[in-house]
Write a protein that binds this ligand. Sequence first.
Ligand SMILES: [Zn+2]
Length: 453
Amino acid sequence: MPGWESYLKEHRAEYVDQLMDFVRIPSISALSEHFVDVRRAAQWAADRLKAAGVNNARVIPTGEHALAYGEWLGAPGKPTFLLYGHLDVQPVDPLDLWTTPPFEPVIRDGRMYGRGASDDKSGVLLTIIAVEALLKTAGTLPVNVKFVLEGQEEVGSLGLADFVVANHDLLKCDAIINADGLQWSENQPALLVGLRGVCAADIGVLNASADLHSGLYGGAIANPLHALAELMASFHSPDGRIAVEGFYDDVVELSPEDKKRIDSIPFDESEYKARLGVDTLFGEPGYSTLERVGVRPTCEINGMWGGFQGEGMKTVLPKEAHAKITCRLVPNQEPAKILDLLEAHVKKHKPQGVKVAFHPGANQARPYLVPTDQPINKVTRDVLVEVYGKEPFFAWEGGSVPICDVFLRELGAYSISFGFILPDEQFHAPDEFFRLSSFERGQVAFCKLLERL
Ligand SMILES: [Zn+2]
């Protein structure tokens, strides 16, 4: 038995306690009253890196937040891998839907419940534990490692992106191992090959200078809510295709090989519908559900508001109405170009009698692909096969991790996803939990990965 395996066993209970301590820090990066807690979580991680034997461990401010950095560069001539994870968490509301308080972690049925237990404090700790287990048993690592454990992933990683741009030398590496990642299920691994990009915009429809009495003025001027409904309906054709001119122009069609990979993933439509509580699936014609959520672009209205929403009736003719939209993008769509197309669409379809305003959002990410022939993909696959005893699915994930594209452009290094979060773990929602079995499996898998790199 290699030394690290017994080391992990000896420290199993201690590591669970450490994850609990980490989860107790309410590091919500979106809320200013918790910025100090994000800083505390970064300090916790830096201290933990130091204890693991990692050098130069420290907290580095990034805009209004901070990250924990550390390095072990004792393998000259060997490649360098950057271990990435995030120590900030999502807000916890609605609080009354939590069975136990989000920052008082508890273990029930082999699962640790608490905000961040799954996304992504477990991932952060897994990277540290693996490096510690190898360093404390072999006294060395087979490769060089750098840690970037950031504190603002849940708010778009903007400060981290600036930090990467300004610190090429510090962060120089051969590849990034992203511990903020998912497996397919408890007994099915997944190898991430693609992420969708994202862009966002706010749309306003404006008319009178104040809300008006609908009895005195109704019928004389256009109602912004009617106009907004008309405008938003123009974004899609009734069959589900996006009707924005030029939207699909740069989309790269799936290769027959990739299509085969997606088709080979079992998909149970009735189970899927039951899980979502829907009667019918609906989406762009000509594509399967897994294609629609992984490799096809979308345009979703995320919110629409205006006028009176209180109890009872109010005969008001509102002065304005608003909507928020986001698009998920696929290769080779550029967020800035898509925003231009959306703005042109809004101007062209402006309903009569109102003014429209279009505000592009700051959060953008390009779509991201890891070429499947990258050597690091092969190593990841081999480790997953060893740990799960089966071939991983090739997964195109519909979500976005903006920093992957930043790492590629700035450092010229690909990111692979190597995380042990499972899709049912309620991350971003009440009763988030992490399986202790995944925590143990992840420790072993990370050690094996470091050994094989
Ligand atoms: Zn995450």
